[in-house]
Design a protein around this ligand. Sequence first.
Ligand code: ZN
Length: 307
Amino acid sequence: MIGLPELPQRVSIREVGPRDGLQNEDVILSTADKLRLLDALGATGLTQIEVGSFVKPQNVPQMADTPEVFARLQRRPGVIYSAIAPNVVGAQRAVEAGADAVMVFLSASESHNRSNVNMSVEQSLVAVANMAAVVREAGKPFDAVLSVVFGCPFEGHVAIERVLELCERLLNLGAGQLTFGDTTGMAYPTLVQQVVLAFRQRFPRQPLRLHLHSARGAGLANILAALQVGITEFDSSIGGIGGCPFAPGAPGNLCTEDLTHMLHEMGIATGLDLPALMECARMLETMLGHEVPGQTIKAGICKHLTG
Ligand code: ZN
């Protein structure tokens, strides 16, 4: 193994399937099914699970029962159950429902932000400040996700200087953790490294999480690129569901069990029980009534094949 670049020994995965995955599915799972899935996911060793979002039910009917999901959730010790809030009312509801952490979104490009929430980035920053106040007053962490960092479907390239400036503003508002989202799958390995290194140079001690997508097939290559520059926190979705705005069934979110399989093969610890994750993906297929995009449940675990 002489000559290989040094990689982190351990990686932490946040599971986003119950929110980012399910909200992109046509099938709306019952609350009971969601609770079964969350319970099974909680038993795999995951320590961070995105449970749902506090948006208007008419906007995202898949997430309408998020308050009930939180109310009936069988919490496992050591697991952070987070939620998304789109505005102050959502943040208030998330806090009241018992979310352990609240995540807010902001686009790194003006056009994407306008198309997403019909506000300028400056207007969104005011809204984020108000949300942050609500969440912090409740004593909960507020995490910020910066979307389209690696490319905007309307504007193309997003200037790294702009990304770093927005990071500064979000950190000043008290964001505990920053996540960079490759919302439409435009990242490629060298870009991931350039962006991460620029971030590190400006904020040497600030942790950074990546939410990578695989809409153009570069997802796991981007993970390797990120590992090589020291990123150890990633988002992924059980079964690989959700996250693709272009075509239903196409890969969007990175698949949790595929990512875990690759990391384990590379000797990188995740703390996750891969066969248990694969059971979750199979359970999800049954609940949704269709195959999920994940590959490992089809191909099998290499170590099992070779004994
Ligand atoms: Zn996603």
